[in-house]
Structure formats: structure tokens, C-alpha cells
Ligand binder design. Structure first.
Ligand code: UD1
Length: 420
């Protein structure tokens, strides 16, 4: 198993190019299951989660090549409809094949994803919506067995909670359903918006894109002629590098970003005293003369993202004053707190709220990555800590950050990947 050894404190400088968004690429890859043609996706991030999903699609019968961020994908040969536990257990987002497979084939068998480090993460809202569209769903031997012998039917669906992959799954199902589907209380994340835009560009009648209410007229089972497209930049990777600049007191530039997708993140960094310049698709962060404490609550887009909570928690350990960070989306997303405490951070946890006593002197230590974003918070803290930190279990990082150590090395960090 690999681990990262980081020497701190570090000063960074230069420019880092942001990769394509993993969380946009995942549903867009499963969207190709609705197409009858070969599709080319550019700016595809070459991270473990994408490779896992491609393996799942290959198991279903698809063919793909991924080289230099160009993904060529042909799902016209898909002839299986079972997503096995072996793959689904390693990546919850595999559930994104459920809607497209059911819509195209009228049946599918997808392993239940099970729990994960950040909480229970049920899929009840995905299943309830598909049932409203006429699917018959049974759970047997750990699998969701879904059938819609007459095809999926358009429906009026109100999501009880805003769900990102739930919205994506049902949008894809609705695209091939019979008649009109209205989805209320949808996720508005940029990744969902891109999915809807690609469907629209591929000829699907879809309105309300970017709002919480989407209306989709399905093709009645006909597969689509899908357009080629470029995946949007990863706003969470970008936010993580902005935090890298802030936590190391450095000026760094991010290239190939969508600054408008980062408004909530930049607003918080500015409240903490950092300055951010935007020039087209470039963003430059200048560190704060004195980092101020912050209060933030994670919520659905366009509010502050839960996927940036851990990184801000790391940053808050250095700020002047006491920061309050409330996690509203996942019940168990504070696993990084005890690891940050190993580096010397002073953090008190009370239910969903972390109180961070700032200006903690951080010292290098051995720490364990617990989930994808928690891992990046540990890397950030390690760059600010005095001495050597070893971040173990970095397979979490490899799931979603492309070439993290090469990118940080190029910015001047003292970081190396070693084997346990
Ligand atoms: C996606 C992102 C993840 C991000 C999260 C929230 C991907 C691949 N992952 O995850 O990085 O942290 O959005 O922005 O895009 N819920 C239910 N029932 C359901 C579905 C969800 O109760 O059927 C709950 C969840 O437990 C959670 C909340 O709804 O409390 C939001 O979850 P959801 O938006 O579905 O997260 P994901 O799509 O899994």
C-alpha cells in the first residue's frame, strides 16, 4: 500500500492545472449507456474512480479507451445488466448505472452499495422515484432487482431530500421513459447541470436546467445520438488547491477552472482574509496577512460544499480565533478530526458541529486517510505542520485527485510517495 511522506512547513508557488471533474465524469460515463453511438469525452480525469466505473461498463459489455484524458466509449455492445458487488462495493457512484440500464433494457440487477465512512448514504430516493415511474423493485441477496416490462413511464416526482446522484439517475431514466417526467427539488450542482446540458445537446427535450425543477420528455425507449463533449473542471480539486495556497501562506495560480462554480468557497476564503484574483479561467490566491476564523455550514449547491468541509477544517486550525464548522449533509463526516488532532489541532466535536480553536501549532505525525476529502485535508495540514507527516491509506486520494503529489511537487511541496 502506498503512503505519502510530506515535509513541512512548505511554501508553494507557480501554477497548477485543474483536472476534469470526477463527479461530472461519473454520471456522464453512465449516460453513454443511453446512446447507440460511440462517444468521445475530453478532459476526463484519470483517477481510480473513473477506471473502476469503466471496468464496470466493460463487464456490462462496453468497450473503452482512455488516453491523455480522452475517453472513447462505445456502449452499443452492452449485453449484460448486472452490476456486481465486487465493483459496486468499491465505489458507491456505481449506482449511477441503475437508471440508464433500467431505462434501456427494461430490467437490471445492481448491487446495493452498502455503507461508507462518511455515513449511511441510502439510495431509497433513487428507488422510490423509479417506482413512481412504473418500475417494480425488489431487494434480494444484496441486489436491487428492477424491472419495467412496459418501459418506464413519465411521472411527477418530488424528491424528499436533495440528492445529487439521485437526481442524475432519475434524469437519465426519464430521458428514455414514455412521456413527460417532472422532477421537483432536484440537485443544482454544476455536475448535474452538465449532465442535463449534454442530454439537451443530444436531442432530449429537457427544461429547467440549473433550477430545482426539471421537465423531461422521454424518447419512449429509443436510444439517443449522443454528442461528444468536454468535462467541466473539478471544482473540489480547485477548492483544495486554493486551500493549499491559503494554508501554506503562498500565492498560487489555478489554471483551467470555472471560478463561478467556486463562489461559496472563494467567499469563505475571502472572509478568512485571503485575496482571490480571477482572470478568465484562471484563479490566483494570495494568502491572508493574518488568517481569520470562519463560520460555515455545508449545504447543497450553490451553498458551501460538504466536499470542502475537511479542507477548511484543516485551514481553520491555523486561523486566529475560534471557527465553527457545521456538517449538514453527512452524519459521520468528521473522521479527519481525530487525525488532525494527532497533528496537534485543537478541535471539539459536538454532533454535527466542529469547533476549531485556531492558531494550533501543528507537528508532523503518522496519520490515516479515512475518505477522499478527509485525505486531502491531511495533506494540507501536513504541508503546514512542522516536521514529517506520513499520510497512510492514500488509495482514498487516488480515487479522486489526479496526480496529486506531482502537482504539489511542481508547486514546490516536499512530498513523496512511498510503499508501506
Ligand atoms: C454526491 C457526490 C459527493 C458529495 C455529495 C453531496 C458524486 C459521485 N458524489 O454524493 O461527492 O459529497 O453528492 O454533495 O457526485 N440521501 C438519502 N437517500 C437517497 C440519496 C441520498 O437519504 O436515496 C441523503 C444522503 O444520505 C445525504 C444526502 O441525501 O445525507 C445527500 O446525498 P447525495 O446528494 O445523494 O450524495 P451523493 O449523490 O451520494
Amino acid at each position: 500500500m502506498d503512503y505519502l511522506r510530506i515535509q513541512g512547513p512548505t511554501k508553494l508557488s507557480g501554477t497548477v492545472t485543474i483536472s476534469g471533474a470526477k463527479n461530472a465524469a461519473l454520471p456522464l460515463i453512465t449516460l453513454t449507456l443511453l446512446a447507440h453511438n460511440k462517444v468521445t469525452l475530453t478532459n476526463t480525469p484519470e483517477v481510480a474512480d473513473i477506471k473502476t466505473l469503466l471496468k464496470l461498463l466493460e463487464n456490462l459489455g462496453a468497450t473503452s479507451t482512455l488516453k491523455n484524458h480522452v475517453l472513447e466509449l462505445d456502449t452499443s455492445t452492452v449485453n449484460h445488466t448486472m452490476a456486481n458487488y465486487d465493483i459496486v462495493k468499491t465505489m458507491r457512484a456505481s449506482i449511477l448505472v441503475l437508471g440508464p440500464l433500467l431505462a434501456r433494457f427494461g430490467h437490471c440487477e445492481v448491487s446495493l452499495p452498502g455503507g461508507c465512512a462518511i455515513g449511511q448514504r441510502p439510495i431509497d430516493l433513487h428507488l422510490k422515484a423509479l417506482e413512481q415511474m412504473g418500475a417494480e423493485i425488489t431487494i434480494h441477496a444484496g441486489y436491487v432487482n428492477a424491472v419495467a416490462p412496459k418501459g418506464l413511464q413519465g411521472a411527477h416526482i418530488i424528491f424528499d431530500k436533495i440528492t445529487v446522484t439521485g437526481t442524475a439517475n432519475i434524469v437519465m431514466a426519464a430521458a428514455l421513459a414514455h412521456g413527460k417526467t417532472v422532477l421537483v427539488n432536484c440537485a443544482k450542482e454544476p455536475e448535474v447541470v452538465q449532465l442535463c446540458e449534454i442530454l439537451r445537446d443530444s436531442g432530449i427535450d429537457i427544461t429547467g436546467i440549473g433550477t430545482s425543477e426539471l421537465t423531461i420528455i422521454g424518447t419512449g425507449g429509443k436510444t439517443i445520438d449522443m454528442v461528444d463533449f468536454e468535462i467541466i473542471p473539478d471544482r473540489i480539486e480547485a477548492g483544495t488547491y486554493l486551500c493549499a495556497g491559503a494554508i501554506t501562506n503562498s500565492t498560487i495560480t489555478l489554471a483551467k477552472v470555472r471560478p463561478d462554480h467556486l463562489d461559496a468557497v472563494t467567499a469563505k476564503l475571502e472572509q478568512m482574509g485571503c485575496t482571490i484574483d480571477i482572470d478568465g479561467n484562471n484563479m490566483t490566491i494570495h494568502p491572508a496577512s493574518e488568517l481569520k476564523h470562519v463560520e460555515l455550514i455545508t449545504q447543497e449547491y450553490p451553498a458551501f460544499p460538504t466536499d470542502m468541509q475537511a479542507q477548511f477544517l484543516a485551514l481553520a486550525t491555523l486561523a486566529k480565533g475560534t471557527s465553527i464548522i457545521e456538517e449538514r449533509l453527512f452524519e459521520n463526516r468528521f473522521m479527519h478530526v481525530s487525525e488532525l488532532q494527532r497533528l496537534g489541532a485543537e478541535i471539539r466535536l459536538n454532533g454535527h458541529t466542529a469547533t476549531v480553536i485556531g492558531e494550533s501549532p501543528l507537528f508532523g505525525a503518522d496519520v490515516m486517510a479515512t475518505d477522499l476529502r478527509a485525505s486531502s485535508a491531511l495533506v494540507l495540514a501536513a504541508m503546514a505542520a512542522e516536521g514529517t507527516t506520513n499520510v497512510h491509506r492514500i488509495y482514498h486520494l487516488d480515487r479522486g485527485y489526479e496526480n496529486l503529489e506531482q502537482k504539489l511537487l511542481a508547486l514546490g511541496a516536499k512530498i513523496e510517495r512511498l510503499k508501506e
